[in-house]
Design a protein around this ligand. Structure first.
Ligand code: ZN
Length: 267
């Protein structure tokens, strides 16, 4: 299959100098698999909460009562959480406040997604602003999301990350996925996601497994200035052309929507 660049660049708004770019060009260490704390075979079991506890560093964050969390940025102190496999969330664990704070943090950081580890919580939770390319975006809070099916068809795009500010790079993702997760009310949801939503889900679920987009990078990291420049070049291309994956007619239409969100953080 011919894979070619598409026009939706997921950009970070700030520009970076050469020094900052060089610093971020260092590849991350291999993905580690932490123990994940308490792991249950049945998260819907009410008794699972028995014996479950926040870690000390998480308790500090929870009890801080700040309106927002701070985003854990790679390269700063205490960033191991970004490389751990986050632990599952018990069904009865009340995360109402956590969800509200994560949503505020995401919006304040100009992101469209944020995962638990990005706010210092090694939990399998994520906040996602779905349909963010449209004029009707909506935000969900997902607990224990799992990708249960993927398309063979892939799409290349430029991603940025709140935890790796100032740079972006090309990543190949599945163009369609089916996901299960639990919503804030604990209901089991099964949903399908295409294109931008699918990329967002994959980016956030990667975070829950200690994976960053730079681990999947095609080519080099680049400054967001360069990402914007490439995006502008692609915007000049006709919608029906080499930047469209063959056989995906709908993508050409949706491509125009990218112009609504010229510079965003993926999550
Ligand atoms: Zn990210």
């Amino acid at each position: 299959m011919e894979l070619v660049e598409r026009r939706d660049f997921l950009a970070i708004t700030s520009t970076v100098g050469a020094a900052a770019l060089a610093g971020c060009a260092v590849r991350c260490p291999p993905v580690q698999t932490g123990t994940g704390g308490v792991v249950s075979t049945d998260l819907s079991d009410p008794d699972v909460l028995v014996g479950w506890a926040w870690r000390d560093e998480e308790s500090s964050l929870i009890e801080a009562q700040e309106p927002d969390f701070e985003v854990v940025v790679r390269g700063c102190s205490d960033t191991d959480v970004l490389r751990l496999r986050a632990r599952p969330v018990p069904a009865r664990l009340d995360l109402t406040d956590v969800a509200a704070r994560m949503a505020r943090t995401m919006v304040d950081a100009s992101g469209v997604g944020i995962a638990g580890p990005q706010v210092g919580l090694s939990l399998r939770v994520a906040t996602l602003m779905l349909d963010y390319k449209t004029d009707k975006p909506y935000t969900i809070f997902a607990r224990n999301p799992v990708i249960i099916e993927r398309s063979d068809e892939t799409v290349d795009g430029y991603e940025g990350c709140l935890s790796i500010p100032g740079v972006g790079g090309k990543v190949r993702r599945n163009n369609w996925i089916k996901v299960t997760y639990e919503n804030e009310e604990g209901e089991k949801i099964t949903t399908e996601a295409h294109r931008h939503n699918a990329v967002l889900w994959q980016h956030e679920i990667d975070h829950l497994n200690g994976v960053l987009y730079v681990d999947r990078l095609l080519g080099e990291l680049m400054s967001m200035e360069e990402v914007r420049r490439r995006r502008q070049e692609l915007d000049k291309l006709p919608l029906e052309g080499s930047h469209i994956i063959p056989g995906s007619e709908r993508l050409s239409i949706r491509g125009r929507l990218n112009r609504i969100w010229p510079g965003i953080h993926l999550g």
